[in-house]
Ligand binder design. Sequence first.
Ligand code: 5GP
Length: 187
Amino acid sequence: MRTGNLFVISGPSGAGKGTLVARLVREVPDAWVSISATTRSPRPGEVDGVHYQFMTVDDFRGLVDQDGFLEWAEVHGNYYGTPLAPIREHMATGGQVILEIDVQGALQVRDRIPEAHLVFIEPPSLEELERRLRGRGTESEDVIRTRMDNARLELSAKMEYDVQLVNDNLDESVKELVELVDSYARS
Ligand code: 5GP
C-alpha cells in the first residue's frame, strides 16, 4: 500500500514547473495537485477552479483570518495561498499531494509539516529563463523584469530544498521527479 506524502515544487517562473507537474500527474496515478487561491487576474485560457481559485483581496484576507491556508504569500504584488482542507483530505487517503508554490510558501510548509519533501526546479541558466519568459509572449516588459528579479531571489534559496533539479531536458526531469515521488510513496 502506498503512503500519503507531501511534495513542494518551487522554482522561478519559466523554469518549467507547470509543465513538469502536469506530466508528473499523468504518470503517477495517485498524485493530486493542490489548486491555489490567488488574487491575481486570470490569464487568457485560465479557468477558475482548474488553474487557480481566483478571488478578491477581501475574500483572500477572510480565509487568512479563518486559518484556511496551509501557507500563503505575496508574490509579484498578488496574494497566493494553499487551501488547507483539501490537503488534509488527500493526505488522509494516502495520496501524493503536490504543491506548486513559491519559496516563501515552501519554507512555511516545511515549518508546519517537517516531513514534506521540497524540490527546487532550476532553469539551465538565467539567460535561458529570460528567453522562455519572453517566448510566452503574454507578459509586459515590467512583468518580465519583476519576474527576473524574483528569479534571482528564488535561486538564492535553492539550497534550502531537499532536492535541486536542473530542468534542461524535460523528459529526463519528468523521469527524475516520477522516480522521486514513487520512491517515497512505496516506503
Ligand atoms: P503565476 O502567477 O505565474 O501563476 O505564479 C506566480 C508564482 O506564485 C509562482 O512562483 C508560483 O509557484 C507561486 N504560487 C502559485 N500558487 C501559490 C501558492 O498557493 N502559494 C505560494 N506561496 N505561491 C504560489
